[in-house]
Design a protein around this ligand. Structure first.
Ligand SMILES: [Zn+2]
Length: 323
């Protein structure tokens, strides 16, 4: 339990609100944020996968809002005063954690909403250190990169760990709105079943793949790679804004040539320029591997969701690993 979470739990417990939420009629109407009877639970999630997981569990019993707008890359996003107000008005706040949403602690401190149920969906999951392993492989041992690696927040891209994130959300909604426990449990179970099927499809795909290495734009696929015994070679670090140095680029080109990598993956919300440079250098093609940090308008128009995008990722990886 990180100190912030501990503090939040302590505050909630001290205030006697651990089980407060929608329809808690016996609570004093001390603030205008107390939900009126019949109001839906107000859930605020940070960026796309958290929003979708929350929606799947909530079904019809909560209004779920995403803070990071569609098509916006979440690594550098910061909340506006209006976003802070949205959090202040909510019953449940859901975020990924692991350093992706670095603004969360400040934002929660300034909302002064003591009833807010805060859910860090990676709580209890042991997070990987940056991408040091992959980078060492690509850049040579003992090479100093001159920067510290943070924790890798990209947990949602592993269909197995994503199930734990869904369970965290389920537990929080049940606690905040016990009247609809049955619905939340049923919704979560149905969605977890879809994630299990996705996991099985990845296992099957990787078991017959010719190659285990893939080159991506930023180090978003570390958990996915670990789950299925693959090796991710990132051009950038944990955030897509980190530009690779010329020396790193040379190492990546060398790695790609040595491992017969014929596809360089880029992503939808970031400029593909660096990926295209690397691809051109080794005569490879580029393709999309989507880290699901947000959906583009096009993806939304196609009604793509987490499962749909992950199935496209599976197909893209399958093609690249078998060239
Ligand atoms: Zn990322």
């Amino acid at each position: 339990m990180n100190p912030f979470w501990k503090k939040t739990v302590a505050v909630l417990a001290a205030a006697g609100f651990a089980l407060a939420g929608c329809g808690a009629a016996d609570q004093p109407a001390a603030s205008e944020q107390t939900p009126k009877p019949g109001d839906k639970l107000k859930v605020v999630a940070t960026f796309y996968p958290m929003y979708e997981f929350a929606q799947k569990v909530a079904g019809d019993y909560a209004d779920v809002t995403a803070l990071v707008p569609p098509g916006v890359e979440p690594h550098d996003w910061e909340p506006t005063p209006k976003d802070i107000q949205t959090i202040a008005d909510a019953d449940v706040f859901i975020y990924n954690g692991g350093g992706l949403e670095g603004w969360v602690e400040d934002a929660l401190n300034s909302t002064k909403n003591e009833k807010l149920k805060v859910v860090e969906t990676t709580h209890g999951i042991s997070l990987m250190e940056g991408s040091a392993e992959e980078e060492d492989e690509a850049h040579g041992d003992g090479h100093e990169h001159g920067h510290e690696h943070g924790l890798d927040p990209h947990v949602w891209l592993d269909p197995v760990l994503a199930q734990q994130q869904v369970q965290q959300i389920e537990a929080a909604l049940v606690e905040a709105d016990p009247d609809h426990r049955e619905a939340y449990e049923k919704n979560a179970a149905a969605y977890i079943k879809e994630l299990e099927e996705l996991d099985q499809a990845f296992q099957k795909m990787v078991s017959s793949a010719k190659r285990k290495e893939f080159v991506v734009q930023h180090a978003a696929f570390g958990y996915l790679a670990r789950q299925y015994g693959l090796t991710q070679v990132p051009i950038s670090g944990l955030s897509p804004e980190e530009d690779p140095s010329p020396a790193q680029l040379i190492e990546i080109v060398k790695f790609a040539k040595e491992h017969n990598v014929n596809t360089i993956f880029f992503e939808t919300l970031v400029s593909p320029k660096v990926a295209e440079t690397v691809a051109k250098e080794i005569g490879a093609k580029t393709a999309v591997l989507n880290p699901l940090e947000g959906l583009t308008d096009e993806e939304r128009a196609q009604n793509l969701d987490y499962i749909g995008v992950m199935q496209k990722n599976l197909q893209a990886l399958q093609a690249a690993l078998n060239e």
